[in-house]
Design a protein around this ligand. Structure first.
Ligand SMILES: Nc1nc2c(ncn2[C@@H]2O[C@H](COP(=O)(O)OP(=O)(O)OP(=O)(O)O)[C@@H](O)[C@H]2O)c(=O)[nH]1
Length: 884
């Protein structure tokens, strides 16, 4: 393409140059020819002129010659002697003859001395005639009388330049006389010009030796002088020549003609300026036209070259764009195949051949796509019959014609190729092949992560919910039943805590395997998280009872399977699980609702002792709903100031008040007074125990401060229960100190009651915190003592002040002998350790007496007082009603 452009450029330059040269050459030829012709015309004109002048001057000179020659016979000189000549008569005769000739001014007859013998002007007779020197002698010495013409001289009579013409005549006595005619030069020049009107013409009458006799224009200054070069006579009618003009010496065409009279000739010079004047304007015109042509050719050439240059630029741009496009296509991550409107291959890229390596040996521009498909069919459908292959090819061609845009194919190597087809404006098709193997793998992985539990590979909550919703819809439609088994491993936390999280994971994986083995393929086993699994059973009986039996059977199988020993990292382990079951299919329920039902049933099993299966009971749902409502109310109770403290008296066995236990009460606007048994557990589960505990501590300390101001109550101690969560707070010690500081209560009167389980949970932390608080004066009592696994070891380490015997033992005094023994032991232990001991739940005098008899002199119980609001409590103290 580039070479052809270069050729075209060269051709344009060549053609333009050729035409320019041709026009220039033609112009030069025309100009030269025209010059030649102008010169020829000029020469012809000069020759015509000189020929005419020659004839005219010859005629005039002949007239003068005849006049002079006739003098002889006119005067009869041949028959007379000189003495016989009668001058007056001769004068008259001569005058008469002279008058016949217009050219001649006068004619005289002179002797050898130059004296006028007779003359047309009678006055001259006898006078010496002023002839040029030697003229008379030369004329007389002629052997044969011929006309002799003198050089120009100024006539003495007319003072004008004249020429003298002379011829001698012989007298009878042998004397020679000379007949002389005087002719004015200007008359000769007039004859010479003949009225011709040739611009800047120079005409001369001269001798062969160059002596000029007359000229046009008249040149008196050089008249008689010799013109150079002397032209002489070469031929009778020599051609005109280019040479300097005779007078002004300017370049000219010069023609000449010899006269009848020997040595005289006539020249005509026409300057080249005149000759070539017309040629010059013609040349200018030719030059102008040629120049115009040349300009047109040059402009056309330049336009052509510019067009070619632009074409070259456009071609370079196209080439660059094509190269860029080719590079882009080659570096494309996708395969690319371009088909024309006839579905034949136009182009493809490297990636296409990487995806379809078997096309390498076959593909070629112009090959039909159908043929390529035949090749592909052999690779993709190795075992297929010819008919199957043909069908495959036909369907593929069909797809191509329909422009389905995008579809996928799996190659024999497992790669997934997405094929996208787009129609091109010229009816062809661009097919893009993208390897989406990784994308599909990633999608599958994402799906796995989104819908499956990574630990067990089981469907997760999301997928279960989805499938459950579908199953509920399907069951509602076909009337069949399904069941949901909600499973939670028993005491799984203990396994985690004892053998570690990794071992816990192993158990979860084995549980997943075992549960899967207990159900059919169509059923779903999912892990919700932690140790919670759900089994969704499908296609159970239409009859609800039968369906429940089928679910029970599967559930029992699962329980049995999970009860079998596990081998976890070489350690044998036994586990069980609790299963809650819920049937679905009779009405359309939300999946969340069903899950909740099965969950409730599972909690029922947990409460009932675990390792069993229980179907969902609607009453249980009501209880749970109630608990949820209570929780919601509890959250608002603090801000709504619905809590209050009641105080239960602590006294000596003699009824002397020593203090009180602060007990929290919830006065609900609708429910009335809610007992702590109903809400303390809930507050602990929800974490609300923390703000509640803080409020109790603040209120109790404020009360202590208030009592300090009244002498009868200033010594009362106040016991406050502390929950485990509250005590475990990192800043618990700080909180108590802060409350004491803010309230101004005496720390020695504040007694914190801790349970055995709290203390045992983290003995070291408990001791540390107790010691810190003890340092500020706070006292400690061990609540519910005797119910836990108390050991002497930690009792000795704890900075306790008091043991509080649990009311269950007090209640059984006199009922179970063993409990009475326990009470005695506790009292003994307290005495041994130097601790105070107090009994709670003292309701009878017998109990009080038993306790007093065995050394426990502090009591709390209905026998002395019930828990009372502060006003009533204080009123009770005032009335001293304690008279037991
Ligand atoms: N190993 C392991 N433990 C987990 C995982 N997810 C949650 N857990 C633990 O599973 C335990 C679940 O305990 P719960 O079901 O609440 O209590 P439990 O000990 O099984 O007691 P019950 O269910 O009342 O019998 C918690 O200790 C969680 O920390 C997990 O992916 N792997």
């Amino acid at each position: 393409m580039r070479a052809s452009l270069t050729k075209a450029t060269t051709a344009v330059i060549g053609i333009a140059t050729f035409f320019v040269l041709a026009v220039a050459a033609l112009a030069i030829v025309l100009v030269r020819d025209s010059r030649e012709s102008a010169l020829a015309d000029g020469k012809a004109q000069a020759e015509r002129f000189v020929t005419g002048a020659q004839a005219a001057v010859n005629r005039s000179f002949l007239g003068v010659d005849v006049l002079l020659a006739s003098i002889d016979s006119l005067l009869g000189l041949q028959t007379m002697q000189l003495d016989w000549l009668e001058a007056p008569l001769a004068n008259k005769l001569i005058e008469g003859a002279t008058r016949q000739n217009l050219l001649v001014r006068s004619v005289a007859l002179v002797d050898a001395e130059g004296t006028v013998v007779a003359s047309s002007d009678a006055s001259d007779t006898g006078q010496a005639m002023a002839l040029p020197l030697g003229f008379v002698t030369e004329a007389l010495e002629q052997q044969v009388s011929t006309l002799l013409v003198s050089n120009p001289v100024v006539s003495p009579s007319s003072s004008e330049p004249v020429l003298y013409f002379a011829r001698h005549v012989r007298l009878a006595d042998g004397h020679k006389l000379l007949a002389v005619a005087e002719v004015q030069v200007n008359l000769i020049t007039a004859i010479l010009v003949q009225g011709a009107d040739i611009s800047q013409l120079e005409a001369t009458l001269e001798r062969n030796n160059g002596t000029m006799l007359a000229s046009v224009p008249a040149q008196e200054s050089i008249s008689g002088t010799q013109l150079q070069p002397a032209l002489g006579m070469t031929s009778a009618t020599p051609e005109a020549q280019e040479m300097p003009s005779r007078l002004s010496k300017r370049p000219a065409v010069v023609a000449r003609r010899g006269m009848l009279y020997g040595s005289l000739l006539i020249t005509a010079s026409i300057p080249l300026d005149t000759v070539l004047a017309e040629w010059r304007s013609e040349s200018k015109m030719i030059g102008g036209v040629a120049l115009t042509f040349i300009l047109v050719i040059v402009v056309a050439g330049v336009v052509g070259l510019r067009y070619l240059h632009r074409m070259g630029q456009a071609q370079r741009a196209i080439t660059l764009a094509k190269t860029t496009m080719d590079q882009a296509l080659e570096s494309m991550e996708s395969g690319f195949l371009l088909l024309d409107a006839q579905r034949c291959v136009v182009s493809w890229n490297r990636r296409y051949l990487e995806i379809y390596p078997w096309q390498r040996r076959l593909i070629a521009p112009g090959m039909s796509f159908e043929r390529m498909l035949t090749n592909t069919a052999h690779e993709l459908l190795g075992d297929a019959s010819d008919d199957e292959r043909k069908t495959w090819i036909a369907s593929r061609m069909d797809m191509l014609s329909q422009h389905l845009h995008s579809h996928e194919r799996v190659l024999p190597n497992g790669n997934v190729i997405e094929i996208t087809e787009r129609a091109t404006p010229d009816g062809g098709v661009v097919i893009v092949y993208q390897d989406v193997t990784r994308l599909r793998q990633a999608t599958a992985e994402i799906e796995q992560l989104a819908f499956y539990d990574p630990l067990t590979g089981l469907p997760n909550r999301r997928l279960l919910t989805d499938r459950l919703q579908q199953a509920i819809t399907a069951c509602t439609r076909n009337g069949r039943r399904g069941a949901l088994l909600f499973m939670d491993l028993d005491h799984f936390k203990t396994l985690n805590d004892t053998l570690g999280h990794d071992v816990g994971d192993l158990l979860l994986q084995q549980v997943a395997q075992r549960v899967k083995a207990c159900v059919r393929e169509a059923d779903t086993v999912a892990r919700l998280g932690g140790d919670e699994f759900v089994v969704m059973l499908l296609d159970l009986s239409l009859d609800p009872l039968e369906a429940a039996q089928q679910a029970q059977m599967v559930g029992d199988n699962i329980l049995h399977s999970l009860n079998q020993p596990y081998l976890l990292n070489g350690t044998q382990y036994r586990s069980s699980c609790s299963v809650g079951a819920a049937l679905f299919g009779d009405t359309h329920q939300a999946s969340a609702e069903l899950l909740k039902q099965a969950d409730i049933a599972m909690y029922q099993v947990k409460n009932a002792g675990r390792n069993a299966l229980c179907f969902f009971d609607p009453q249980m749902l009501a209880a749970i709903q109630n608990r949820a409502d209570l929780e919601s109310d509890l959250r608002h109770a603090l801000t709504a100031q619905q809590f209050e403290l009641h105080y239960q008296l602590q006294t000596t066995d003699q009824g002397v008040p020593v203090g009180a236990e602060a007990l929290v009460r919830w006065r609900h606007p609708q429910r009335g007074l809610v007992s702590p048994q109903q809400f303390i557990g809930l507050a602990e589960d929800t974490g609300l125990i923390l703000p509640l505990g803080h409020w109790v501590m603040q209120t109790a300390c404020a009360q202590l401060t208030a009592w300090q101001a009244t002498p009868d109550k200033a010594a009362l101690q106040l016991s406050v229960n502390v929950s485990a969560r509250q005590f475990r707070q990192v800043d618990f010690v700080e909180q108590v100190r802060g409350i004491l500081r803010d309230s101004g209560a005496n720390p020695n009167l504040l007694k914190l009651e801790l349970t055995e389980s709290l203390v045992l949970d983290n003995v070291q932390d408990t001791i540390a915190k107790m010691k810190q608080l003890k340092a500020t004066g706070v006292r400690f009592s061990m609540d519910d003592f005797g119910t836990g696994h108390s050991s002497l070891t930690y009792l000795t380490q704890l900075p306790l002040d008091q043991l509080k015997i649990d009311q269950s033992f007090i209640h059984n005094i006199g009922v179970h002998a063993s409990d009475a023994v326990i009470v005695q032991t506790i009292i003994g232990m307290a005495n041994t350790l130097g601790l105070e001991v107090i009994a709670e739940g003292v309701e009878t005098e017998a109990q009080r007496d038993f306790l007093a008899a065995h050394g426990c002199h502090l009591c709390q119980g209905y026998l002395f007082a019930k828990p009372l609001p502060v006003v009533e409590f204080e009123a009770m103290l005032l009335l001293h009603e304690i008279t037991v």
